[in-house]
Design a protein around this ligand. Structure first.
Ligand SMILES: O=C(O)CCC(=O)C(=O)O
Ligand SMILES: [Fe+2]
Length: 451
């Protein structure tokens, strides 16, 4: 089975060579030569050689990818990184002794999967998306090789607001972190509309930058029905996939960092910590603003891009506020950019996204759990004390739920709206509208950003 999968997915030598030849003239001839010979070695079944050349090349490309700002990295280096990841993963896979022993096969599969994921995360799409396809097959093989019973050992996450008791039972973190449920005053409440027409949404919300909670839009998603996105399901579909995790309460704090780890490890260490980790209070981990659906396209079958995200407002000035937190709002807004950016936000109770704004329209879909969200319109900016630096100028310095009146005297007079976003609800956040988000339970949200 193991080798059959490889055969089925094996790219044609000519197509890989073609991809490499497209780089000619864009990278130095010696690097181009080395990539060529690495690919040759692989197809000549000299897998030890192709493996070591791919590793050497990956180190070299890594330097290029990590120099300067991400958006300035030439795509050719990302493609080169993907090709070398592909050859490395295939070489690992081909070298593996087909011992028939589940343990050793599974280690090889996991290693190859990690290499594919690094190629997906750091590289650029190549050969009709071969890396996500290969990764899917590897994950299926790993899951199939697990002894029965261990596949679904994890508990369900409640995604039903009326079942808080149950939520507390399974998300122990919510209990230990003493999550405070804010009281929403009627004065500040964000209105809800059930499944408005596109015209209504455009006229009364998009064009006038008025936030709204849309109900009846996402509740038929497969992800929503029968609480599909349980921890067990996520582990089965993607447990061995490498994902980026933000560690620390807020990205504005000094102790904040990012780490790559398998989703299963993230779930067991951060989303559902064991009794022992609970006692020694461990930091909050957040799978935040990650394009998980590009990495794992099969998860796209569980959701649908809401029709509202295809509405265009041509007159919207989109030339400011393009830079902020690394990755968020950092993209240069391309007016031809018709793509909807889909990001996953998955973590335990207690994750905080500090008050910030983004350049695009946003529909934030709440799939699992609840989040407290505070919104301030753009005209309140002078009372919100944005950071001065270039990178964080879209982020407020104020700790929204515990503001320092001495440092930020105007903040308390800023007008805001707020809500506790429930599973099945979709919050429209206009471009540049300030938002602060704190998860109250284990939570999985999906954001759709569009121009
Ligand atoms: O859910 C969160 O923590 C933040 C979401 C957010 O900032 C966004 O969707 O732009
Ligand atoms: Fe945001």
């Amino acid at each position: 089975m193991f080798q059959q999968v490889l055969k089925d997915l094996m790219p044609k030598k000519a197509s890989v060579m073609n991809e490499v030849s497209l780089m000619r003239g864009k990278i130095s001839p010696d690097v181009n030569f080395l990539i060529n010979s690495c690919v040759e070695d692989y197809f000549n079944e000299k897998h030890q050689l192709s493996l070591s050349k791919a590793e050497e090349l990956l180190d070299f490309c890594w330097e290029k990818l990590n120099k300067g700002h991400w958006k300035n990295v030439d795509i050719v280096w990302r493609k080169a990184y993907s090709i070398c990841s592909l050859i490395k993963a295939l070489s690992i896979f081909s070298e593996a002794p087909s011992s028939g022993q589940l343990g050793s096969e599974s280690l090889v599969l996991k290693k190859a999967l990690e290499v594919c994921d690094m190629g997906i995360l750091m590289g650029a799409p190549i050969l009709d998306g071969i890396l996500p396809q290969l990764a899917l097959q590897l994950q299926l093989l790993i899951t199939a090789g697990k002894p029965e019973g261990s596949k679904n050992e994890e508990v369900q996450v409640s995604n039903c607001a009326t079942e808080k008791e149950e939520t507390y039972m399974v998300t122990k973190r919510a209990k230990t972190r003493h999550v405070i449920y804010p009281k929403i005053s009627p004065r500040h409440v964000i209105p809800k509309v059930n499944c408005p027409s596109l015209h209504h949404f455009q006229m009364y919300h998009m064009e006038v930058a008025r936030p709204v909670i849309l109900t009846g839009v996402i509740d038929k998603w497969p992800a929503m029905t029968s609480r599909k996105w349980s921890l067990a399901y996520l582990n089965t579909v993607a447990g061995d996939r490498t994902i980026p995790v933000e560690i620390g309460t807020k990205y504005t704090e000094d102790d904040w960092s990012q780490k790559l780890m398998p989703l299963r490890e993230f779930i067991s260490s951060f989303v559902e910590p064991t009794e022992s980790t609970e006692e020694t209070e461990c930091p909050v981990g957040y799978l935040a603003q990650h394009q998980l659906f590009n990495q794992i396209p099969e998860l796209l079958d569980d959701i649908t891009i809401p029709d509202y995200c295809y509405i265009k407002i041509c007159s919207y000035p989109s030339d400011e506020g393009k830079y902020g937190k690394e990755g968020e709002g950092t993209e240069v807004v391309d007016d031809d950019d018709d793509e909807v950016d889909i990001n996953a936000w998955f973590g335990p109770a207690g994750t905080i996204s500090p008050l910030h704004h983004d350049p695009k329209h946003n529909c934030l879909a709440q799939v699992v759990g609840e989040k407290y969200i505070r919104l301030y319109s753009q005209d309140q900016s002078s009372k919100l004390y944005p950071h001065q630096g270039f990178l964080l100028h879209n982020t407020s310095q104020v700790d929204v739920e515990n503001p320092s009146a001495a440092r930020f005297p105007e903040f308390s007079s800023a007008c805001y709206q707020e809500c506790i976003l429930q599973p099945g609800e979709l919050l429209y956040i206009p471009p540049k509208c300030w938002h602060y988000v704190r998860s109250l339970t284990t939570s999985f949200s999906v954001s759709f950003w569009w121009n």
